[in-house]
Write a protein that binds this ligand. Structure first.
Ligand SMILES: [Cu+2]
Length: 107
């Protein structure tokens, strides 16, 4: 019984040490919309990463990837987040200014 307890305690300590290093939140990424440009325009991420777009312009924008995600109209400093659970290339654009495009590569 004593041995089992000590092993459980040891496992808990190891988990406490390892968890912060393996936390997916550390990989979460930000994209800023500034002067009609998504920055960075192309982002490489791992499956499970959450990307948050922030509109830094004083003009409304959207973040739209056909059939995959669509933000509401983002006013200044509004944010939109999406968690990528599948690998692939996600092209997206602003539906108000379709020349604004970006790419998320999920691997
Ligand atoms: Cu726009």
């Amino acid at each position: 019984m004593r041995t089992l307890n000590r092993r459980d305690f040891g496992a808990a300590v190891i988990a406490a040490i390892l968890l912060p290093a393996t936390s997916a939140r550390a990989d979460d990424m930000d994209v800023h919309i500034d002067n009609f440009v998504f920055q960075p325009a192309e982002l490489k991420i791992k499956v499970g990463t959450t990307v948050t777009w922030t509109n830094r312009d004083d003009i409304p924008h959207t973040v739209v990837s056909a059939g995959r995600f669509r933000s509401k109209t983002l006013d200044t400093d509004d944010k939109f987040s999406f968690t990528f659970t599948n690998a692939g290339d996600y092209k997206y654009f602003c539906s108000l200014h379709p020349h604004m495009t970006g790419m998320i590569k999920v691997e």
